[in-house]
Ligand binder design. Structure first.
Ligand code: ADP
Ligand code: MG
Length: 844
């Protein structure tokens, strides 16, 4: 006799010829009832999930839009049929022989292959009491958690392809495919207490049930339910097969929103399940997963439940027990189970916390390990004496702020240590980072070594060169030789500099990328400073570090770092982007951080005004007025998302328009990201020298130069920029003694945009704005595309400072016990860290 699956396979063959849903009279969905009956008789309740999965797909088939979709569905269904469990208890031969052989044969365990277990029980039972084997258990359980998803029963190549679209390739991926959200159907109520509009679950007996045909040709299945307190009706449209599933006298569970029809409360197409089954889709916090075509919600939930039930217990926990206990974390298998199928909100919260903590803990261990590696290379302890430090500070033309002093003290301690410094110096534009760096460089030179500072543009290098010259020349007892090296320095002059660096007669080198060119050989570089660090790639930073000290007599021109015993220089990187603490720990967790959170005294805060598009004329008049007073202005063009090219074109047009119609009598310059480096430099230089009145620029060009005479920053399309970026723009004015202004012209009058911009108007605190920006836009947007290599975190929220700090604390404490992750007990953690950081070797 033909088995039900063979019968259905034949039907599908027939259907596949035309894909018109004609193989069964009235459509394949009509066949669901027959299928359910026959398949249950043939395969028994242990195959219930598989039977239901086929039924779901049959049901869905008849509502597919076109023959292409139907064709695809037939393929999937045929595949599903090929994973048939053979009839009754029996020798279920494994269909999964293709699972790759294990690489670790020692781990072979015999897996429970037969017989398949009865279907789940109501969840009120303690899970431990459930019979162990589960249909999804692959026979080769030893292939473990890394097995392809096809090792799970009911997942054929077609479904696997679809799951792959969701990023699920292995069982491990499946367990880590967390719900998008949850529908809370945990509220169980008697029928007489349900209220219109609420999400609720009832458990009731079916009093009556039947299908009715409508005139339009569709069907309505209606069931009358009672739980002794009252009656309620539930209705499903075009699900004729339910007549075979929901029968009079049966106990079922209904979850959904309470509706109303002709004055009676009712349910329309609610979720439902028979009561005797373990409840997945009703009466609980129901997980909602992201789906894709061909992956249905119920199918996914059932597959997930089987996977989680079997595999969560087998998930190796990489978290050391000591850490887990100290942080009060849930164990991994409970957390995995609870995040997918939470028993209640509290357990869900704890599960999420545990798994988010995991992610950040691994991240932090990775960062600390990185820091450990930096520190393990030998550094040169510089003999910095207090008298020199004192002298330098007292000869400065101003008094250092508290924050500058604090940062300098931290740096000095690093310079004296024989571990190379690896420090980020953070401070708002104008907070005086250069002076701090200059002090560190002066001390290095006084200690008999060389120092270098790299900046992203020629003009900025030039500016630093002059500043450093002024500050260092007042050092009593020393007059260090400072040289500038940029792309424009060539020929004889460049040769001289190379020679001076190699023989030690040049003490300080300032410049652009030219510093990391091959010919540059220092005699004893002990301190490398990088300004505007985000403008440099990881490799460039590493290249500068590699110009470090090398033992006497190392052959000239040899490849850098040829001598493994060479020293790494102390490294100081500077950034003007204030970074909220939680992000700082996440991105810069491998570095030490000093913050200058105080402005030099007497700085007039920049006055910021928010203007509507209709007030643009006023803004122009204001600009003109300032220029008449002998000052200069910046105008920033709106951010264009599409591309730098489009943005550049917009800027060119804007420049033309302003020159021709608005400011014909003034000298306007233009700066955009598509210009050649030397043209940019030339324009910036003209502006700095006062040969231009207004500089029109796009956002890609950070005008990282000091032009004290510039007093107005006009930002067009201000609503398109992040708050932190607006604050950066604003920092380009107010650098002299003149009162300065920032005018934000917004294209958008939406209340949200206005509110965001009002925050910039209201505060000059870069850190507060950065925090707000991060909260509003999330870390991806906040950091922009420049910071690649940002860790991929599924659950952890990097704006959650408390969580980030907890993970950091735990990682620090753990790290002290095993910095090399060499203890065999920590093998799993070490693997996990390696996996997480794979391909992320590019972080700073
Ligand atoms: P940034 O942090 O943006 O690099 P700079 O180092 O360029 O800031 O400093 C901005 C200006 O402030 C410079 O003109 C510098 O001379 C001046 N400055 C720095 N520190 C102080 C201070 N403690 N008191 C007064 N002026 C200072
Ligand atoms: Mg600076």
């Amino acid at each position: 006799m033909e088995t039900p699956d063979e019968k259905l396979t034949k039907i599908l063959h027939l259907e596949a010829e035309k894909c018109q849903d004609r193989a069964v009279f009235g459509g394949l969905a009509r066949y669901v009832g027959t299928w359910l009956q026959e398949a249950e008789a043939a395969f028994g309740p242990e195959a219930a999930d598989w039977i239901q999965a086929v039924a779901d797909q049959l049901h869905a088939y008849s509502s597919l839009p076109d023959s292409a979709a139907r064709h695809e569905a037939i393929t999937a269904l045929s595949e599903l049929l090929q994973t048939t469990p053979p009839p009754r208890p029996s020798q279920r031969e494994d269909t999964k022989e293709t699972v790759p052989a294990p690489s670790a044969p020692t781990e072979i365990k015999s897996a429970p292959a037969t017989p398949p277990p009865p279907r789940g029980r109501p969840r009120r039972e303690h899970p431990a009491e459930q019979p162990a084997p589960i249909p999804s258990v692959p026979t080769h359980a030893h292939t473990g958690i890394a097995s392809p998803i096809t090792a799970l029963q009911g997942v054929g190549p077609q479904q696997a392809k679809r799951l792959a679209k969701l990023g699920i390739h292995t069982i491990h991926d499946m367990l880590h495919f967390f719900p998008r959200r949850y529908d809370d159907y945990s509220q169980l109520k008697p029928i007489n207490r349900i209220v219109y509009g609420e999400d609720v679950t009832i458990i009731a007996q079916v009093w009556d049930a039947g299908v009715r045909q409508t005139r339009g040709g569709s069907s309505i299945f209606k069931a009358t339910l009672s739980d002794g307190t009252g009656f309620v009706e539930a209705t499903w449209f075009n699900q004729r097969y339910l007549a075979d599933r929901i029968k009079r006298g049966q106990q079922i569970v209904i979850s959904g929103q309470v509706d109303e029809y002709l004055g009676h409360l009712c349910f329309n197409s609610p979720e439902w399940e028979p009561l005797e089954q373990e409840l997945l889709h009703t009466a609980r916090l129901v997980p909602i997963y992201s789906l894709t075509q061909g992956i249905h919600a119920k199918w996914m939930r059932r597959l997930m439940k089987r996977t989680v039930d079997y595999w969560s217990k087998r998930l190796p926990d990489h978290m050391p027990d000591s850490v887990r206990e100290a942080a009060g974390l849930m164990d991994l298998d409970t957390a995995t189970l609870q995040i997918h199928f939470p028993d209640d909100q509290e357990l869900l919260k704890r599960a999420r916390y545990r798994l988010a903590f995991d992610e950040l803990f691994v991240l932090q261990i990775g960062l600390l390990h990185r820091r450990h590696l930096y520190r393990s290379t030998p550094g040169e302890a510089l003999p910095v004496d207090d008298a020199t430090l004192y002298d330098f500070i007292h000869n400065l033309p101003f008094e250092l702020t508290q924050a500058q002093q604090r940062a300098l003290q931290q740096i000095v301690a690093d310079l004296r240590s024989d571990q190379p410094m690896n420090r980020l110096l953070q401070g708002d534009v104008g907070s005086g980072k250069t002076a701090v760096a200059a002090a560190a460089m002066a001390l290095t030179v006084a200690a008999g070594a060389q120092a270098a500072m790299m900046a992203p543009t020629e003009i900025l290098s030039e500016q630093h060169y002059q500043t450093l010259g002024r500050l260092l020349e007042q050092m009593p007892g020393h007059s260090p030789t400072i040289r500038l090296l940029t792309g424009s320095v060539t020929g004889q002059e460049r040769e001289e500099i190379y020679t001076g660096l190699a023989n030690g007669s040049v003490d300080v080198l300032v410049g652009t990328h030219a510093l990391i060119q091959k010919g540059v050989q220092f005699k004893n570089l002990a301190l490398a400073v990088i300004d505007e660090q985000h403008r440099f790639g990881v490799r460039q930073r590493a290249a500068l570090r590699q110009k470090g000290l090398r033992p006497e007599g190392s052959p000239e021109g040899s490849p850098q770092r040829a001598q493994p015993e060479g020293y790494d220089p102390h490294l100081l990187v500077m950034t003007a982007t204030p970074i909220p603490r939680s992000l700082e720990l996440t991105i810069w967790g491998h570095m030490d951080v000093s913050v200058i959170d105080e402005m030099p005294p007497g700085r007039e805060p920049v006055t910021t005004r928010l203007l509507l598009p209709t007030e643009r004329e006023r803004a122009y008049n204001f600009v003109r007025h300032q220029i008449e007073k002998g000052h200069q202005a910046f105008i920033i063009c709106p951010l264009v998302e599409e591309s730098e090219k489009v943005e550049a074109k917009a800027a060119v047009d804007e420049h033309k328009r302003l020159q021709k119609y608005i400011f014909p009598e003034l000298r306007l310059g233009l700066l955009h990201g598509r210009m050649k480096g030397e043209d940019k430099e030339a324009t910036m230089a003209r502006f700095a020298q006062g040969e231009l009145d207004i500089l029109i620029a796009t956002s890609v060009v950070e005008v990282g130069i000091d032009v004290p005479n510039a007093t107005v920053m006009l930002v067009e399309g201000a609503d398109r920029f992040g708050l932190a970026q607006l604050h950066q723009f604003r920092g380009r004015v107010g650098r002299g003694e003149h009162a300065s202004y920032c005018l934000l012209v917004s294209d958008s009058v939406s209340p949200e945009a206005q509110e965001r911009l009002q925050a910039v108007e209201a505060t000059n605190d870069g850190f507060a704005l950065a925090q707000k920006d991060l909260e509003l836009r999330g870390p991806g947007e906040f950091l922009g595309t420049r910071q690649s290599g940002f860790p991929d975190l599924k659950l952890a929220n990097v704006t959650d400072l408390q969580l980030v700090e907890a993970a950091r604390e735990a990682a620090l404490r753990f790290f002290e016990t095993d910095p090399e992750l060499a203890d065999p007990d920590n093998r799993l953690l070490s693997q996990r860290v390696a996996q997480f950081w794979k391909g992320k070797g590019e972080v700073s």
